[in-house]
Design a protein around this ligand. Structure first.
Ligand code: AOF
Ligand code: ZN
Length: 323
Protein backbone atom coordinates (compact mmCIF):
# COMPACT_ATOMS: atom_id res chain seq x y z
CA UNK A 1 0.00 0.00 0.00
CA UNK A 2 1.06 3.60 -0.59
CA UNK A 3 1.28 6.23 2.19
CA UNK A 4 -1.99 7.81 1.06
CA UNK A 5 -3.76 4.46 1.48
CA UNK A 6 -2.59 4.22 5.09
CA UNK A 7 -3.83 7.76 5.72
CA UNK A 8 -7.18 6.75 4.18
CA UNK A 9 -7.32 3.89 6.67
CA UNK A 10 -6.70 6.46 9.45
CA UNK A 11 -9.66 8.51 8.15
CA UNK A 12 -11.82 5.38 8.09
CA UNK A 13 -10.89 4.58 11.71
CA UNK A 14 -11.44 8.18 12.79
CA UNK A 15 -15.04 8.00 11.54
CA UNK A 16 -15.84 5.53 14.33
CA UNK A 17 -15.70 8.45 16.77
CA UNK A 18 -18.48 10.40 14.97
CA UNK A 19 -20.89 12.04 17.38
CA UNK A 20 -18.75 11.27 20.41
CA UNK A 21 -15.65 13.46 20.13
CA UNK A 22 -17.05 17.02 19.81
CA UNK A 23 -15.60 19.59 20.15
CA UNK A 24 -12.46 17.56 19.50
CA UNK A 25 -11.51 16.38 16.01
CA UNK A 26 -12.01 12.90 14.57
CA UNK A 27 -8.57 11.30 14.46
CA UNK A 28 -7.34 7.87 13.37
CA UNK A 29 -3.86 6.33 13.48
CA UNK A 30 -2.08 3.26 12.12
CA UNK A 31 1.41 1.88 12.77
CA UNK A 32 3.08 0.25 9.77
CA UNK A 33 6.05 -2.11 9.76
CA UNK A 34 7.43 -3.73 6.58
CA UNK A 35 4.42 -2.51 4.63
CA UNK A 36 1.94 -4.12 7.02
CA UNK A 37 -0.40 -2.51 9.57
CA UNK A 38 0.64 -3.78 13.00
CA UNK A 39 -1.64 -1.61 15.15
CA UNK A 40 -4.60 0.76 14.85
CA UNK A 41 -6.28 3.34 17.04
CA UNK A 42 -8.76 6.21 16.99
CA UNK A 43 -10.02 8.93 19.29
CA UNK A 44 -13.17 7.30 20.67
CA UNK A 45 -14.77 10.00 22.77
CA UNK A 46 -14.21 13.48 24.17
CA UNK A 47 -11.83 13.41 27.13
CA UNK A 48 -10.47 9.98 26.27
CA UNK A 49 -7.08 8.92 24.89
CA UNK A 50 -5.94 10.33 21.54
CA UNK A 51 -5.61 8.18 18.42
CA UNK A 52 -1.81 7.80 18.66
CA UNK A 53 -2.01 6.58 22.27
CA UNK A 54 -4.75 4.10 21.28
CA UNK A 55 -2.66 2.68 18.40
CA UNK A 56 0.42 2.27 20.61
CA UNK A 57 -1.70 0.65 23.34
CA UNK A 58 -3.19 -1.68 20.73
CA UNK A 59 0.36 -2.74 19.81
CA UNK A 60 1.53 -3.12 23.41
CA UNK A 61 -1.56 -5.09 24.43
CA UNK A 62 -0.81 -7.57 21.66
CA UNK A 63 2.60 -8.02 23.30
CA UNK A 64 4.46 -6.16 20.55
CA UNK A 65 8.24 -5.76 20.69
CA UNK A 66 9.34 -2.15 21.35
CA UNK A 67 12.36 -2.53 19.05
CA UNK A 68 9.99 -3.04 16.11
CA UNK A 69 8.48 0.43 16.66
CA UNK A 70 11.88 2.05 15.97
CA UNK A 71 11.71 0.52 12.53
CA UNK A 72 8.03 1.44 12.00
CA UNK A 73 6.18 4.40 10.51
CA UNK A 74 3.19 6.03 12.17
CA UNK A 75 0.33 7.49 10.14
CA UNK A 76 -2.18 9.88 11.64
CA UNK A 77 -4.98 11.99 10.16
CA UNK A 78 -4.17 15.08 12.29
CA UNK A 79 -0.92 16.57 13.55
CA UNK A 80 0.09 14.94 16.86
CA UNK A 81 -0.65 17.34 19.71
CA UNK A 82 2.04 19.15 21.64
CA UNK A 83 0.05 20.34 24.65
CA UNK A 84 -0.93 18.92 28.00
CA UNK A 85 -4.72 18.74 27.72
CA UNK A 86 -6.78 15.92 29.14
CA UNK A 87 -3.89 13.69 28.10
CA UNK A 88 -0.12 14.29 27.73
CA UNK A 89 1.25 15.42 24.32
CA UNK A 90 1.14 12.77 21.58
CA UNK A 91 4.25 14.25 19.94
CA UNK A 92 6.25 13.33 23.08
CA UNK A 93 4.87 9.83 22.91
CA UNK A 94 6.04 9.37 19.33
CA UNK A 95 9.49 10.71 20.27
CA UNK A 96 9.59 8.31 23.23
CA UNK A 97 8.93 5.26 21.04
CA UNK A 98 11.32 6.56 18.33
CA UNK A 99 9.20 5.98 15.27
CA UNK A 100 11.18 6.06 12.02
CA UNK A 101 8.86 8.37 10.13
CA UNK A 102 5.52 10.05 10.80
CA UNK A 103 2.96 10.76 8.06
CA UNK A 104 0.28 13.37 8.79
CA UNK A 105 -2.77 14.51 6.81
CA UNK A 106 -3.59 17.89 8.38
CA UNK A 107 -1.99 20.53 10.58
CA UNK A 108 -3.96 20.99 13.80
CA UNK A 109 -5.47 24.53 13.70
CA UNK A 110 -5.90 24.50 17.50
CA UNK A 111 -3.64 27.39 18.62
CA UNK A 112 -2.35 25.15 21.43
CA UNK A 113 -0.81 22.87 18.77
CA UNK A 114 -0.74 24.39 15.28
CA UNK A 115 2.65 23.32 13.92
CA UNK A 116 4.32 22.76 17.27
CA UNK A 117 3.60 19.03 17.24
CA UNK A 118 5.36 18.62 13.87
CA UNK A 119 8.23 20.82 15.06
CA UNK A 120 8.76 18.69 18.14
CA UNK A 121 8.99 15.54 16.03
CA UNK A 122 11.43 17.13 13.59
CA UNK A 123 13.54 18.61 16.41
CA UNK A 124 14.01 15.14 17.78
CA UNK A 125 15.12 13.79 14.40
CA UNK A 126 11.92 12.06 13.28
CA UNK A 127 11.18 12.59 9.60
CA UNK A 128 7.69 14.01 9.00
CA UNK A 129 5.66 14.04 5.79
CA UNK A 130 2.57 16.25 5.67
CA UNK A 131 -0.39 16.86 3.46
CA UNK A 132 -1.64 13.42 2.39
CA UNK A 133 -5.35 13.04 1.51
CA UNK A 134 -5.94 16.61 2.66
CA UNK A 135 -9.34 17.09 0.97
CA UNK A 136 -10.79 13.94 2.52
CA UNK A 137 -9.32 14.71 5.93
CA UNK A 138 -10.62 18.30 5.82
CA UNK A 139 -14.10 17.12 4.86
CA UNK A 140 -14.18 14.68 7.76
CA UNK A 141 -13.09 17.35 10.26
CA UNK A 142 -15.05 20.26 8.77
CA UNK A 143 -16.74 21.09 12.13
CA UNK A 144 -13.49 21.24 14.08
CA UNK A 145 -11.65 23.13 11.31
CA UNK A 146 -14.44 25.68 10.87
CA UNK A 147 -14.54 26.34 14.61
CA UNK A 148 -10.82 27.09 14.83
CA UNK A 149 -10.26 28.71 11.42
CA UNK A 150 -13.42 30.85 11.23
CA UNK A 151 -14.12 31.18 14.96
CA UNK A 152 -17.70 30.03 14.53
CA UNK A 153 -19.61 26.74 14.48
CA UNK A 154 -20.20 24.89 11.22
CA UNK A 155 -23.83 25.45 10.16
CA UNK A 156 -25.83 22.59 8.63
CA UNK A 157 -29.37 23.08 7.29
CA UNK A 158 -31.73 20.19 6.82
CA UNK A 159 -35.24 20.10 5.52
CA UNK A 160 -37.64 17.61 3.94
CA UNK A 161 -39.84 18.48 0.94
CA UNK A 162 -42.78 16.74 -0.65
CA UNK A 163 -42.23 15.65 -4.25
CA UNK A 164 -43.85 18.94 -5.31
CA UNK A 165 -41.57 21.06 -3.11
CA UNK A 166 -43.53 21.85 0.08
CA UNK A 167 -42.15 21.47 3.60
CA UNK A 168 -45.55 21.54 5.35
CA UNK A 169 -49.26 21.92 4.55
CA UNK A 170 -50.67 25.44 4.85
CA UNK A 171 -52.21 24.50 8.20
CA UNK A 172 -48.59 23.89 9.37
CA UNK A 173 -49.95 20.69 10.87
CA UNK A 174 -47.20 18.23 11.67
CA UNK A 175 -47.00 15.93 8.66
CA UNK A 176 -44.56 13.12 7.97
CA UNK A 177 -42.93 13.95 4.65
CA UNK A 178 -39.96 11.64 4.57
CA UNK A 179 -39.81 7.93 5.34
CA UNK A 180 -38.30 5.79 8.08
CA UNK A 181 -34.87 5.38 6.49
CA UNK A 182 -34.59 9.16 6.21
CA UNK A 183 -35.48 9.50 9.88
CA UNK A 184 -32.42 7.42 10.68
CA UNK A 185 -30.38 9.67 8.42
CA UNK A 186 -31.58 12.73 10.35
CA UNK A 187 -30.84 11.11 13.69
CA UNK A 188 -27.29 10.41 12.49
CA UNK A 189 -26.94 14.10 11.59
CA UNK A 190 -28.25 15.08 15.04
CA UNK A 191 -25.73 12.80 16.63
CA UNK A 192 -22.85 14.30 14.64
CA UNK A 193 -23.70 17.91 15.47
CA UNK A 194 -23.00 19.55 18.83
CA UNK A 195 -26.19 21.59 18.78
CA UNK A 196 -29.53 21.81 17.06
CA UNK A 197 -31.83 24.76 16.42
CA UNK A 198 -35.46 25.23 15.39
CA UNK A 199 -37.69 28.27 15.05
CA UNK A 200 -40.25 29.15 17.68
CA UNK A 201 -43.24 28.14 15.53
CA UNK A 202 -41.75 24.71 14.91
CA UNK A 203 -40.86 24.28 18.55
CA UNK A 204 -44.39 25.08 19.73
CA UNK A 205 -46.22 23.43 16.83
CA UNK A 206 -44.30 20.21 16.27
CA UNK A 207 -42.98 19.81 19.80
CA UNK A 208 -39.99 18.01 18.31
CA UNK A 209 -37.78 16.05 20.68
CA UNK A 210 -34.75 16.79 18.52
CA UNK A 211 -32.88 13.92 19.99
CA UNK A 212 -30.99 11.17 18.29
CA UNK A 213 -32.93 8.05 19.17
CA UNK A 214 -30.93 5.55 17.14
CA UNK A 215 -27.22 6.00 17.67
CA UNK A 216 -26.50 6.87 21.31
CA UNK A 217 -23.76 9.20 22.53
CA UNK A 218 -24.23 12.70 23.92
CA UNK A 219 -27.41 14.51 22.84
CA UNK A 220 -27.13 17.85 21.01
CA UNK A 221 -27.62 21.11 22.93
CA UNK A 222 -31.00 22.61 21.89
CA UNK A 223 -31.65 26.19 20.73
CA UNK A 224 -34.80 27.99 19.65
CA UNK A 225 -34.74 31.04 17.37
CA UNK A 226 -37.38 33.63 18.19
CA UNK A 227 -38.04 37.26 17.38
CA UNK A 228 -39.79 37.75 20.73
CA UNK A 229 -37.81 39.03 23.67
CA UNK A 230 -38.16 35.91 25.73
CA UNK A 231 -35.64 35.20 28.37
CA UNK A 232 -34.76 31.54 28.09
CA UNK A 233 -34.62 28.75 28.46
CA UNK A 234 -37.96 27.30 27.29
CA UNK A 235 -38.49 23.56 27.73
CA UNK A 236 -34.76 22.88 27.74
CA UNK A 237 -34.16 25.10 24.69
CA UNK A 238 -31.75 28.05 24.97
CA UNK A 239 -33.28 31.14 23.36
CA UNK A 240 -31.50 33.13 20.63
CA UNK A 241 -32.78 35.99 18.51
CA UNK A 242 -30.40 35.87 15.57
CA UNK A 243 -27.77 33.81 13.81
CA UNK A 244 -25.14 36.08 15.36
CA UNK A 245 -26.38 35.41 18.87
CA UNK A 246 -26.37 31.68 18.19
CA UNK A 247 -22.72 31.90 17.13
CA UNK A 248 -21.81 33.87 20.24
CA UNK A 249 -23.43 31.24 22.47
CA UNK A 250 -21.77 28.38 20.62
CA UNK A 251 -18.35 30.00 21.07
CA UNK A 252 -19.02 30.48 24.79
CA UNK A 253 -20.05 26.84 25.15
CA UNK A 254 -17.49 25.27 22.80
CA UNK A 255 -20.11 23.97 20.34
CA UNK A 256 -18.54 23.46 16.92
CA UNK A 257 -21.58 22.55 14.81
CA UNK A 258 -25.28 23.34 14.65
CA UNK A 259 -28.00 21.53 12.75
CA UNK A 260 -30.82 23.89 11.76
CA UNK A 261 -34.04 21.92 11.27
CA UNK A 262 -36.66 24.54 10.35
CA UNK A 263 -39.22 25.86 9.86
CA UNK A 264 -39.23 27.93 6.74
CA UNK A 265 -38.54 31.35 8.32
CA UNK A 266 -35.67 29.99 10.35
CA UNK A 267 -34.11 28.25 7.36
CA UNK A 268 -34.46 31.44 5.32
CA UNK A 269 -32.97 33.55 8.12
CA UNK A 270 -29.84 31.43 8.04
CA UNK A 271 -29.68 31.26 4.25
CA UNK A 272 -29.84 35.04 4.02
CA UNK A 273 -27.23 35.42 6.77
CA UNK A 274 -24.71 33.79 4.42
CA UNK A 275 -23.54 31.51 7.24
CA UNK A 276 -24.73 28.19 5.84
CA UNK A 277 -21.95 25.66 5.22
CA UNK A 278 -23.96 22.61 4.23
CA UNK A 279 -27.52 21.70 3.21
CA UNK A 280 -29.13 18.28 3.44
CA UNK A 281 -32.22 18.28 1.27
CA UNK A 282 -34.56 15.30 1.61
CA UNK A 283 -37.09 15.11 -1.19
CA UNK A 284 -39.92 12.63 -1.14
CA UNK A 285 -40.28 10.36 -4.15
CA UNK A 286 -44.05 10.12 -4.00
CA UNK A 287 -45.61 12.33 -1.30
CA UNK A 288 -47.68 15.13 -2.86
CA UNK A 289 -49.01 18.11 -0.90
CA UNK A 290 -50.34 20.22 -3.85
CA UNK A 291 -50.23 23.37 -1.72
CA UNK A 292 -48.46 24.43 1.44
CA UNK A 293 -45.37 26.15 2.76
CA UNK A 294 -42.68 26.16 0.12
CA UNK A 295 -39.23 24.80 0.75
CA UNK A 296 -36.53 27.50 1.03
CA UNK A 297 -34.81 28.64 -2.14
CA UNK A 298 -31.08 29.03 -2.10
CA UNK A 299 -28.52 30.41 -4.49
CA UNK A 300 -27.23 27.22 -6.09
CA UNK A 301 -24.17 28.99 -7.52
CA UNK A 302 -22.87 29.39 -3.94
CA UNK A 303 -23.06 25.65 -3.31
CA UNK A 304 -21.69 22.54 -4.94
CA UNK A 305 -23.60 19.31 -5.05
CA UNK A 306 -21.92 16.73 -2.84
CA UNK A 307 -23.19 13.28 -2.04
CA UNK A 308 -26.52 12.16 -3.39
CA UNK A 309 -28.29 9.07 -2.17
CA UNK A 310 -31.74 7.57 -2.08
CA UNK A 311 -33.79 5.15 -0.02
CA UNK A 312 -37.23 3.63 -0.53
CA UNK A 313 -39.09 6.89 -0.03
CA UNK A 314 -36.69 9.80 -0.53
CA UNK A 315 -33.84 11.32 -2.51
CA UNK A 316 -31.18 12.95 -0.33
CA UNK A 317 -28.83 15.59 -1.72
CA UNK A 318 -26.02 17.30 0.17
CA UNK A 319 -24.90 20.76 -0.96
CA UNK A 320 -21.68 22.28 0.30
CA UNK A 321 -20.87 25.95 0.37
CA UNK A 322 -18.09 26.98 -2.02
CA UNK A 323 -15.58 29.39 -0.42
C1 AOF B 1 -4.03 14.27 18.64
N1 AOF B 1 -4.67 13.08 18.51
O1 AOF B 1 -6.51 11.84 18.57
C2 AOF B 1 -6.74 14.14 18.95
C3 AOF B 1 -6.08 15.39 19.01
O2 AOF B 1 -8.43 17.92 25.69
P1 AOF B 1 -7.56 16.99 24.95
O3 AOF B 1 -6.30 16.62 25.65
O4 AOF B 1 -8.29 15.75 24.45
O5 AOF B 1 -7.05 17.78 23.65
C4 AOF B 1 -7.93 18.13 22.64
C5 AOF B 1 -7.16 18.77 21.52
O6 AOF B 1 -6.14 17.88 21.06
C6 AOF B 1 -8.03 19.05 20.30
O7 AOF B 1 -8.58 20.34 20.32
C7 AOF B 1 -7.03 18.91 19.16
O8 AOF B 1 -6.25 20.07 19.04
C8 AOF B 1 -6.15 17.78 19.64
N2 AOF B 1 -6.77 16.52 19.27
N3 AOF B 1 -4.74 15.40 18.82
O9 AOF B 1 -2.80 14.32 18.60
C9 AOF B 1 -5.99 12.95 18.65
N4 AOF B 1 -8.09 14.04 19.16
ZN1 ZN C 1 -2.72 14.06 21.13
Amino acid sequence: MKPIDYIRRCIELAAKGKGRVNPNPLVGCVIVHNDRIIAEGWHKAFGQAHAERMAIDDYLLKGGDLEVLKDSDLYVSLEPCSHFGKTPPCADLLVQYQFRKVYVALLDPNPLVSGMGIQRLRDSGIEVEMGLAVAEARLQNRFFLCYHEKKRPFIVLKWAESSDGFIAPLSRERTAISGLESQKYVHALRQECSAILVGRTTMLGDKPQLTDRYFGGPQPVKFVLTSLTEKGPIDGFQVVQSAEELIEKCLEQGLNSVLIEGGQQTLNHFLSSGLVDEIHLLRSKSMVLTSGIEGPKFNSSQFEKGLTSENDSDFITVYRRIY
